[in-house]
Design a protein around this ligand. Structure first.
Ligand SMILES: [Zn+2]
Length: 270
C-alpha cells in the first residue's frame, strides 16, 4: 500500500515525463475507480499542458494551464507506467502525449481522481482538513505537543490522525515510534516533551530516508521497467513479527490497535 514516500516518488517520477508537456488526449476506460471519475475528465485534460506536479499528504496534484488541478490518490495498488503496447485490463486512465502514453493502472481500484479549479484545490474536501506536512517546519515538537495536550488517545492514533500531521500511514507510524522508543499504546497526553521531539525527528527521518530510497530506485529501475510505482523498503519492525529487534535482539511483537496491526519491541519501547 503506497504511503507518503511512494507518492512522493511517483510524483518525482512523473515530473520529467509530464511537466510542461501537452496532454494530447486523456481517456478514462471505465467510469469509476473507488469513486466515480469526473464526467468531464477527458474534456478538461485533453489538450491541456501540465504546469506543476506536487504532493500533499498521500495525494498527487497535477496542475494544468487551463486552471485545473487533478487530485489523484493511489489507493492500495495504483501506479503509473509507460505503455509499450495496447492497454491492459487494469490500465484505467490513459494520458497520451505525442511521444509516450502513460497509463494509470490499479487492479484493486481503491485509487481516485478528482478535478478542481486550482485556486480552490486547498479547500477541496479531500485536502481542506489536512494538518501540516510532516517534512515541513509547520510540523514540529511544538505542533505535536499542542495536538497531544490532554489527549487520552494513543500516540499512534494521534499521529495517524490526518489533522495532527498529514500523510502518516500505519507503516511509518510503527517505524517512527520504534525509532523514538515510544510505546504505541501510550496515551498521547502523557508523553514528555523530549519524547514528542524524538518522535517528530523520527517521523521526518524515516520519511526522508524512504523518499531517498525511492529516488535511487527510480534512477535504477524506471527506465528499465517503465514502472513508476513501488519499491521494497526494509523496515525495522513493520511486518517483522517474531523476528529479532534490530536494537535489542528480542522478538518484534504484533498487536491489533484500532483495527490495524501495530509492530513494536516490548523491551525497547516503553
Ligand atoms: Zn528491542
Amino acid at each position: 500500500m503506497p504511503e507518503l514516500p511512494e507518492v512522493e516518488t511517483v510524483v518525482r517520477g512523473l515530473s520529467p515525463l509530464l511537466l510542461n508537456r501537452r496532454l494530447t488526449r486523456v481517456t478514462a476506460r471505465r467510469p469509476d475507480l473507488r469513486w466515480p471519475l469526473p464526467d468531464d475528465l477527458a474534456q478538461r485534460l485533453s489538450g491541456a499542458t501540465v504546469t506543476a506536479l506536487h504532493r500533499r499528504a498521500k495525494y498527487g496534484l497535477m496542475e494544468t494551464d487551463r486552471g485545473d488541478t487533478l487530485i489523484f490518490h493511489l489507493g492500495m495498488s495504483g501506479k503509473f507506467h509507460q505503455l509499450a503496447a495496447e492497454p491492459g485490463a487494469h490500465d484505467h486512465v490513459l494520458f497520451v502525449l505525442d511521444d509516450l502514453t502513460l497509463a494509470y493502472n490499479d487492479h484493486r481500484r481503491f485509487g481516485s481522481m478528482h478535478l478542481t479549479p486550482t485556486p480552490e484545490a486547498a479547500r477541496h474536501p479531500l485536502l481542506a482538513r489536512l494538518g501540516p506536512e510532516p517534512l515541513s517546519e509547520a510540523f514540529s515538537p511544538q505542533s505535536l505537543a499542542a495536538s497531544a495536550k490532554n489527549r487520552a488517545t494513543s500516540i499512534k492514533a494521534l499521529i495517524l490522525d490526518q489533522q495532527t500531521v498529514a500523510g502518516i500511514g500505519n507503516i511509518y507510524a510503527c517505524e517512527a515510534l520504534f525509532q523514538a522508543r515510544i510505546d504505541p499504546t501510550q496515551s498521547a497526553g502523557t508523553l514528555k516533551p523530549k519524547q514528542l521531539a524524538a518522535l517528530v525527528e523520527a517521523l521526518k527521518a524515516t520519511l526522508a530516508g524512504a523518499i531517498e530510497a525511492g529516488g535511487s530506485t527510480l534512477r535504477d529501475h524506471a527506465q528499465v521497467s517503465g514502472d513508476l510505482g513501488y519499491f521494497q523498503h526494509s523496515f525495522q519492525v513493520y511486518g517483522r513479527e517474531g523476528q529479532p529487534c534490530p536494537m535489542c535482539g528480542g522478538p518484534v511483537r504484533r498487536r491489533v490497535q484500532g483495527g490495524r496491526s501495530t509492530f513494536d519491541c516490548p523491551l525497547c519501547q516503553r
